[in-house]
Design a protein around this ligand. Sequence first.
Ligand SMILES: Nc1ncnc2c1ncn2[C@@H]1O[C@H](COP(=O)(O)OP(=O)(O)OP(=O)(O)O)[C@@H](O)[C@H]1O
Length: 291
Amino acid sequence: MNEIRTAAPQPTAPAAPMQNAAMTHAPVPPAARAGSQAATETAIRADDFSFWYGGTRALNDITLEIPEKRVTAFIGPSGCGKSTFLRSINRMNDLIPGTRHDGDITLRGESVYRTGLDVVQLRKRVGMVFQKSNPFPKSIYENVAYGARVNGLAKGRRALDEIVERSLKQAALWDEVSDRLDRSALGLSGGQQQRLCIARALAVQPEVLLMDEPASALDPIATQKIEELVYELKDHYTIVIVTHNMQQAARVSDFTAFFYMGALVEMGRTQALFTNPREERTEAYITGRFG
Ligand SMILES: Nc1ncnc2c1ncn2[C@@H]1O[C@H](COP(=O)(O)OP(=O)(O)OP(=O)(O)O)[C@@H](O)[C@H]1O
């Protein structure tokens, strides 16, 4: 076992919401601020952020705060805008022609949409892991070393070796691959490839890790490893994870944001949102009445 691993989160299914609890239908304060994030700094903040693909509006005036060094889960039915919002944080949506935004997203108080911002630097600070693992057709070592080398993070082979080892250990993969770093990454299992992609993202020392359904293509054991990893990484990184799996959101996240039809319905501490949601639509979604 990797020495940095600690006790795994205990799998806990989200409790059913209190069926008879009086639901408050007052507008939810932006970011469900509600004092729930008082103990932590805000890493990312969105203010009235909207996003369009051509003439289609995918996000409507999203205002929320994502706390630092915590795991925030985005949940909601298919097409509600979770991935669009996630990809807006490091401007991955810029790559799609015909898109535009309104409002703003800030990272540690600075707009990620400001004029002159270096998007490459932004994506170094805000790393991303996708649903389908996408290792380069190169060696395990090269997959992890690439970003560090390109960004000039290592002076010399020894420093690069250290980055590769540290990143693979952080991604809980080192023990499985340390004796075959020069072999092709494509020979790894799906779960190992996904952890390799996490190691690759960590190698450039990001502040934030965005994860878009990182375990949805994996079997239950590989999924559990990714969940354990997310739980451990939050001591060092701000993590935002999109998931369709509500049990997963309940297991790994500290805060949960529920999106519906391009809007943020509510956000709060995960346990509170799952046991006592403030909004009827949240309750309907988490109890499986639509999805
Ligand atoms: N590249 C694109 N071009 C045009 N429309 C898009 C594009 N990507 C997403 N959309 C639209 O934007 C809306 C939000 O999509 P998005 O993928 O963000 O939702 P989601 O909640 O992540 O969905 P899912 O859970 O199915 O991945 C949808 O109506 C979708 O059809």
